[in-house]
Design a protein around this ligand. Structure first.
Ligand code: 5CA
Length: 445
């Protein structure tokens, strides 16, 4: 993309309404625009990152054997009357009447609808296990929407629902989600710690939240800090191998890590003092096992191997897709702007032309731009007729992890400059070598 033809409405001033750094940088970098409290338009740069995050979530869900579908944002109230949650959900639910005076609602989550789909089409243990998921907009009329996309009213969520014939296979589905989430967050450059939590309006007694540590997080968390160095890395996971998946979960959930809702002072006191930490965290996902809570009230049954009809065992599993943008920025920024991890960056590399209009500099930039595209990667080429200082400030603010700077002086010596946004380190290289470096960096991502 050429910056002269892009839509990147960067703000020079700090917006007064933004209280935390991620909100401030998302507004300043022209990623989002607020349309009403907690409701945002996704401007091109923000939309790109949102799509990259979605893509990672999809890939890891499919890798775990889960099946994507798409349910609507609007739901009939009657489904929620069946489960009993229509009245329970309270003011967080946005209720709507259509022209025929039928009660509708903008879905805050989809347990009822997915149970309805299941009961309409599935009835035998032979079709199980099955996990269906979608990535769809949700609406929760939060009392205090704040911090930009972090606590929105309209927000994008991946919500998945497992259907299993018995408790053991449902617990495997729970574990499978936990492991797939660990990989999902790691690919985004995040350390998200599974913590024992409380289930709230979703129900059930087995639930973990995934928390990214950040001083601006809304949850208070208590943990053994050795949990922060656990990594899934590139190890091969066979998601059908119950023991292997359970072992990974054990590895990640044995050390003490709880939110304030389930915190237990006595158990915490047993953590060696030098490892005992109290901090704040951003909840980027939550998994629930709730058994037959919805299948019983809504009549979703399966016939088991021995011919008996039982309510299907279920759980639901969410990832805060739009919230993740805020969480990633909270975890990865400096005083100049955002620092995108390679896995989610809106463009893979920025190209800065120090002297637009100089025939040699222009030609070198054009050649680099084409070479990046030939790698199957995307460059943002700042081809505007602007001062170098302004170009650097924009690149630093929008946070592309790599920048190639091209100027007449370097070109005389046959080199361009490759700079890491994270470390600030630069190396001078012939253009072809800079391209090879970029190819190498993204080969493993
Ligand atoms: N049905 C279950 C799982 S599918 C569910 O709704 N879980 S949840 O309530 O925990 O939401 C899942 C994730 O959505 C949360 O972990 C959080 O990351 C994100 N989320 C929840 N509320 C908001 C909000 N108001 N703004 C942005 N993200 C949110």
């Amino acid at each position: 993309m050429r910056l002269s033809r892009y839509f990147l409405p960067v703000l020079k001033e700090n917006p007064a309404e933004a209280q935390i750094v991620s909100h401030r940088y998302m507004l300043r970098a022209g990623m989002i625009k607020q349309q009403a409290a907690g409701i945002y338009s996704w401007l091109p740069l923000g939309y790109r990152v949102l799509k990259r995050i979605e893509q990672i979530v999809h890939e890891e869900q499919v890798r775990a054997g889960h099946i994507p579908l798409l349910m609507p944002t609007l739901q009939p109230a009657d489904l929620w009357r069946e489960s009993g949650r229509y009245d329970d959900y309270g003011q967080e639910m946005l209720r709507i009447k259509d022209r025929h005076e039928r009660d509708m609602l903008y879905g805050p989550t989809n347990e009822e609808m997915i149970t309805d789909i299941f009961r309409s089409h599935v009835g035998s243990y032979k079709d199980l296990p099955m996990t269906l998921y979608h990535i769809q907009w949700k609406f929760r009329d939060e009392v205090r929407p704040r911090f930009g996309v972090m606590r929105g009213r309209e927000f994008l969520m991946k919500d998945g629902y497992n259907f299993d014939v018995d408790r053991e296979s449902a617990l495997h589905a729970y574990n499978r989600h936990m492991v797939s989430y660990l990989r999902t967050y790691e690919r985004m450059g995040l350390t998200a710690i599974p913590m024992r939590a409380a289930s709230g309006p979703i129900g059930g007694d087995n639930t973990h939240e995934f928390l990214v540590l950040a001083s601006t997080g809304e949850s208070e968390v208590f943990f053994d800090d050795r949990v922060t160095s656990l990594k899934l890395g590139t190890r091969e996971i066979d998601y059908d191998n119950w023991d292997q998946v359970a072992k990974v979960c054990e590895e990640f959930t044995t050390l003490y890590a709880r939110t304030d809702e389930t915190h237990d002072e006595a158990a915490f006191a047993e953590v060696p003092q030098e490892h005992r930490k109290v901090a704040r965290g951003i909840e980027v996902g939550q998994i629930f096992y709730f058994g037959t809570k919805y299948s019983e009230s809504m009549g979703a049954t399966v016939v088991t191997k021995d011919g008996t009809k039982v309510p299907v065992e279920m759980g639901s599993h969410g990832i805060g897709v739009s919230r993740l943008l805020g969480a990633i920025i909270e975890a990865s920024h400096d005083d100049k702007g955002i620092i995108w991890p390679e896995g989610v960056t809106p463009f893979h590399v920025g190209i800065v032309n120090l002297k637009q209009g100089d025939a040699e500099a222009d030609a070198a930039c054009e050649a680099l731009y084409k070479s990046v595209a030939a790698l199957g990667l995307e460059a943002l080429y700042d081809d505007r007729d602007e001062r170098a200082g302004g170009k650097f400030a924009t690149m630093d603010l929008i946070g592309l992890p790599w920048r190639i700077t091209v100027g007449p002086r370097g070109l005389k010596n046959g080199v361009v400059e490759l700079t890491s946004r994270r470390t600030g380190e630069s190396v001078e290289l012939p253009p072809q070598e800079a391209i090879e470096r970029i190819a190498g960096i993204y080969a493993g991502i």
